[in-house]
Structures are given as structure tokens and as C-alpha cells.
Design a binder for this molecule. Structure first.
Ligand SMILES: CCCCCCCCCCCCC/C=C/[C@@H](O)[C@H](COP(=O)(O)O)NC(C)=O
Ligand SMILES: Nc1ncnc2c1ncn2[C@@H]1O[C@H](COP(=O)(O)OP(=O)(O)O)[C@@H](O)[C@H]1O
Ligand SMILES: [Ca+2]
Length: 546
């Protein structure tokens, strides 16, 4: 860094050490001023140096009285250097600890001169005010009944103090009923007053915020959500997620951890992560939006069963998962899908979506021209079903993962290489197979083995798909599409005599909510919303800050 880049540079005092503190336009740096004898020992100066990116400074404030008070209450320390430096300011900044966890750390610098101290505070604040992506006003919704019912406490104890420190104004609404937040956003909230919305709760609560916000924007712009081909208007307000639910997979998959303080800090620094949203229609009528999992069969059944056991909290999914696994149901239906272009990779390519992901960025820059071009090509094609693949079969699970769906239960997720913002969703088809095979498949969600490497599993990266359950009268007696080398690997089929797979229907789990229709049309809306997040950081990124 060149000399002329320095905004301010002073010799200050930090923790018994004399340090040179320099503010550059993007970095605050300090290092111990070493005695000349030490220098000759060959110790590198930078060894003691520390840097903090200005964009990761949370706040700076004068440290009132502390420096004065300390020596006075400890007469023995009267000759401590801190007395020669009675003025102090504290910089609070983001410190990365382990596994994507962020904490707010403080460093206090003592100065001899009050003016210098005030100048530092002023100059750092000026630099912070240039960071225009930081939110100043937030609308916060808290679901007091999510997860272990700790939403309010989590917000008050862990999040509000960070917002206060960063000088963010908040309006807080503790919801009184389901859909309170959605309806408030849809009809009442004055969105112009805010830079973002904060959701304190789980995936279900996030879904409420998403629906409130997206529907409101479409209504304000006169867009009809019932038109499956309508060009939806993206939301300018970003959404922050404070995890306080059961699965919290949207938070986990966009920041790598479910930690309220980390989320608060991503909001404070004004991170921005675009995200795809699937729109779900039934016969031209809008049903729902989804950002994480749309699951028919296994995950639909787990959710339906778990709703009866809400009182169990997050453990309800373990119980229902176990029961659903034992019942081993499968469902007949027809899946049709429109594959994605080759330039977005493949679900099995092991190119995981990380902070600053190239595939998602490429999608963003090429979005406008690409969409225009492909729409012209696509319209006639869609009418004639050209480009669509059709699969008939009996499925244990049909999952569409628009993002990895990583969560503490499955750290790599349902589709480890799915992208947050590439305009596609990974369609995973798990065909009828034995219980043991399905167990092996599930188990692979928790270890490093490839869960797609089974004869009964296929996965496609798609832009749109449709599902149609088999009509009981029309269902084929034999499933011609079943794996040729596996006549019947299902040893439990004898247990299932009473189960009529030609009439059975499951339901769709849409980000943790049950859909009331089984025949659906799904279309990915590329980067419709933005979160206060940056995607999962690579390990090297994490080391840069110190
Ligand atoms: C042998 C053991 C096998 C364990 C396999 C575990 C695979 C777990 C994959 C989980 C994928 C979760 C996707 C997220 C779904 C959420 O939207 C939804 C709702 O979450 P919420 O209650 O709102 O936090 N949760 C569930 C379980 O359906
Ligand atoms: N005040 C409230 N009372 C009851 N239900 C609520 C309230 N606020 C939100 N909900 C609903 O609770 C459901 C579950 O919330 P969520 O925060 O996702 O927790 P969990 O992850 O435990 O399911 C959501 O579908 C949401 O609509
Ligand atoms: Ca995606």
C-alpha cells in the first residue's frame, strides 16, 4: 500500500503495546512499533500486524472514561503508558472463528490527544458512511413459536445489540398468528421506509416473508402471478434470516452455519446474495413460491406426519422421518422437465456454489439477453412440448432442490452442487426400490458418498418441470420405465399388499408447507430475491481478515 493511500496514520497504544495505526480506503491496519534491537533479530514486522477490512467494521466509538478510570483505580500502575494516552476509541469488527461462524470483536486504541482520538472516530465513520450497501432501517418479524420457541429471546439477546451498535433502526413485529407477517407485508407495511426485512424463525417463517414481499411487489407493479409465464419483478428489499426454526436450511445453505450473531453481522455489513425462486402453479392458478425444497413422496409424507407432532419441536422431523421410512410408500406419476443449458453445469459435477460463484455470476450478466433470446425460441417450443423430457414411473421421492438444502442434519444437502442463483433447480427422482436401498440413499446424505450413484436415482438440472399423479383409471398396470436389471429388488413388497400404488397420492412439501394440489407446474425465476448473505465462503476467504 502506497503512502499517499493513507487516510490517517497515528502512533497509538493498544494493550500495553505501542502501535502504528493506519487507515487506508479499504483497510484498517495496525502493527506494533518494534524496538530496533528486535528488528535486527530478523522478525518480520508484518508478523505482528493486523488488518481489518473497512467493509467489515461494525462500528467505531469513543471509549469514554475507561482509559482514565483504570490507572486511577490501580494506583500501582500510575506509570503505565495508558495514562499518557488517556483518550481511547474502540473499533468493533467482524472476526471469523471456526466453520463460517462470525463474531463481533473489539480493538481499543488509546491516544494522548483528545483531538486525534476524535479525528479517528470521525474519519472511520466517514469511511463507513461511504458503504452505501449497508441497511439503515429494517423491518423485523419474529415468530415466537418457531423451532424451540426461542425466537424472541434470540433476537433480544443476540441480534438487537449488534443492530444497536451498528446504528440500525428497527421496527419489530412479534407475530400473533400464522400468516401475520405475510399479510402485513402484502397489505400494510410501508416498504419505502426500509432497506430490508428480517425474518426471525425457520424455513416456514421465511416462506411467509417471501410470499408477502414478492406478492406485494407484483401487485404494486400490476403483474399477475397466476400467469405462469409472467415476468416477475425482482424485490429491491433484501431479506435477512435469523435462524430460530427447526431445519433452517435456507440460512445454513446461504451462510454455512445456523448462528444468529453471524446472521446479524451479515445484515450489518450489507451483504447481498441473489437467489432463485420457483413459482408453483396448478392449471394456471398460482399456488406458492419455493426457494429450497419441493418434495413429493418421502418429504411430503414426513411433513404431513410431522405437523401432527408440532409440540415435539424440531425432533418431530426425526420421528416422522423414521415412520415414513418404515411405511416405504411409492407413488405413480409423470414427471416432465425442461433441461437447463449446459453452461450451468450438472448436479453431479462437484462444482459447489460458493461465495462469488462464477456460474451464478455468469447467469446474472447473461440473464437479460439470454432470457430474451431463449424466450422467443422457447414459446413455440413449449406449446409443442419440444425440448421437454417425459418420465413415467413409481417414485419414492421426487425432490426439486433449488439450492443445496444443506442443513445440520445433512451438511452437504439434498443436492450438494445446486446453485443459489443460476436460474435452475435440481430435479431428483428416486424410483421404487427396496427399503435397504432407500436407506443407503438416505444415509449418503450424511456422509461423503454420492447419493446420486444408485440405479434407482436420477438427477437433472432443469429450468421448469411438471408433475401429474397417475389417474387411478389410467395408471399403467406395469411400469415400463423401471430399471431393466432389477426385476423387483423390493423385498417388502409382500408387506404392501394392501397398499394400492395406483391410487395412492402423496403431497408436496414446499419449503416446509404442504401444498393442496398434487398436479403442479414449476418454473424457476432467476434471482428474484436477494438475501443479506454472501454464500458460503471458501476457507481461504476466511483467513483473509486477520
Ligand atoms: C439415515 C438417516 C438419514 C437422514 C437423511 C437426512 C436428509 C436430510 C435432508 C434434509 C433436507 C431438508 C430440506 C429442508 C426442508 C425444510 O424446508 C422443511 C421445513 O423446515 P422448518 O420446520 O420450517 O424449519 N423441513 C423439512 C424436514 O421438511
Ligand atoms: N405467531 C404465530 N403463531 C403460530 N404460528 C405462526 C406464528 N408466526 C408464524 N407462524 C407459522 O409457524 C410456522 C412454522 O414456523 P417456522 O418459524 O418455520 O418454525 P419451524 O422451523 O419450527 O417450523 C410457519 O409456517 C409460520 O407461518
Ligand atoms: Ca438454483
Amino acid at each position: 500500500m502506497e503512502n499517499q493511500d493513507k487516510i490517517i496514520c497515528s502512533e497509538l497504544f493498544q494493550k500495553q503495546r505501542k502501535v502504528e495505526v493506519v487507515l487506508y480506503p479499504a483497510v484498517l491496519a495496525w502493527k506494533e512499533i518494534e524496538k530496533s534491537s528486535k528488528r535486527s533479530s530478523g522478525t518480520s514486522e508484518s508478523e505482528h500486524g493486523q488488518t481489518v477490512k473497512v467493509c467489515e467494521i461494525v462500528a467505531v466509538h469513543k471509549t469514554e472514561d475507561e482509559a482514565d478510570a483504570q490507572p486511577r483505580s490501580h494506583p500501582k500502575r500510575i506509570n503505565q503508558p495508558s495514562q499518557q494516552y488517556p483518550h481511547a476509541f474502540t473499533v468493533s469488527y467482524v472476526r471469523r472463528t471456526r466453520q463460517h461462524l462470525w463474531r463481533c470483536a473489539d480493538v481499543t486504541f488509546h491516544c494522548a490527544d483528545q483531538q486525534i482520538c476524535e479525528q479517528w472516530v470521525q474519519v472511520i465513520n466517514e469511511q463507513l458512511s461511504l458503504l452505501t450497501n449497508r441497511p439503515k432501517n429494517l423491518l423485523v418479524y419474529i415468530n415466537p413459536y418457531g423451532g424451540k420457541r426461542r425466537g424472541e429471546r434470540i433476537y433480544e439477546q443476540k441480534v438487537a445489540p449488534v443492530f444497536r451498535q451498528a446504528g440500525i433502526f428497527t421496527d419489530v413485529i412479534v407475530t400473533e398468528r400464522a400468516n401475520h407477517a405475510r399479510d402485513h407485508l402484502k397489505m400494510e407495511a410501508n416498504l419505502d421506509d426500509y432497506d430490508g426485512v428480517v425474518c426471525v424463525g425457520g424455513d416456514g417463517m421465511f416462506s411467509e416473508i417471501l410470499h408477502g414481499l414478492v406478492t406485494r411487489i407484483q401487485t404494486d407493479h400490476g403483474v399477475d402471478q397466476n400467469q405462469p409465464d409472467a415476468e416477475l419483478v425482482p424485490c429491491s428489499l433484501r431479506i435477512g434470516i435469523i435462524p430460530a426454526g427447526s431445519t433452517d436450511c435456507i440460512c445454513f445453505a446461504t451462510q454455512g452455519t445456523n448462528d444468529p450473531v453471524t446472521s446479524a453481522l451479515h445484515i450489518v455489513v450489507g451483504d447481498s446474495q441473489p437467489m432463485d425462486v420457483c413459482s408453483v402453479h396448478h392449471n394456471g392458478v398460482f399456488l406458492k413460491y419455493s426457494v429450497s425444497l419441493l418434495g413429493y413422496g418421502f418429504y411430503g409424507d414426513v411433513l404431513t406426519d410431522s405437523e401432527r407432532n408440532r409440540w415435539l419441536g424440531p425432533a418431530r422431523y426425526d420421528l416422522s422421518g423414521f415412520k415414513t421410512f418404515l411405511s416405504h410408500n411409492y407413488y405413480g406419476g409423470t414427471v416432465s422437465f425442461l433441461p437447463a443449458d449446459d453452461n450451468v453445469g450438472h448436479p453431479r459435477d462437484k462444482l459447489q456454489c460458493r461465495s462469488g460463484c462464477r456460474i451464478c455470476q455468469h447467469k446474472h450478466s447473461s440473464k437479460d439477453e439470454h432470457d430474451e433470446a431463449s424466450e422467443e425460441k422457447e414459446k413455440p417450443a413449449e406449446d409443442s412440448d419440444r425440448g421437454w423430457n417425459v418420465i413415467h414411473g413409481k417414485f419414492i421421492a421426487i425432490n426439486s432442490a433449488s439450492m443445496s438444502c444443506a442443513c445440520p442434519r445433512s451438511p452437504k444437502g439434498l443436492s450438494p452442487s445446486a446453485h443459489l442463483a443460476d436460474g435452475t433447480t435440481d430435479l431428483i427422482l428416486v424410483r421404487k426400490c427396496s427399503r435397504l436401498d432407500f436407506f443407503r440413499h438416505l444415509l449418503r446424505h450424511t456422509n461423503n458418498d454420492d447419493q446420486f450413484d444408485h440405479w434407482f436415482v436420477e438427477v437433472h438440472r432443469v429450468r421448469k418441470f411438471r408433475f401429474e399423479p397417475w389417474h387411478p383409471d389410467l395408471a399403467p398396470l406395469e411400469d415400463a420405465s423401471e430399471h431393466p436389471e432389477s426385476p423387483d429388488l423390493s423385498p417388502i413388497s409382500s408387506l404392501q399388499e394392501t397398499y394400492d400404488d395406483r391410487t395412492a397420492e402423496s403431497s408436496w412439501n414446499c419449503d416446509g408447507e404442504i401444498l393442496h394440489h398434487t398436479a403442479i407446474q414449476v418454473s424457476v425465476q432467476c434471482q428474484l430475491i436477494r438475501l443479506f448473505a454472501r454464500g458460503i465462503e471458501e476457507q481461504q476467504d476466511a483467513e483473509v481478515a486477520v
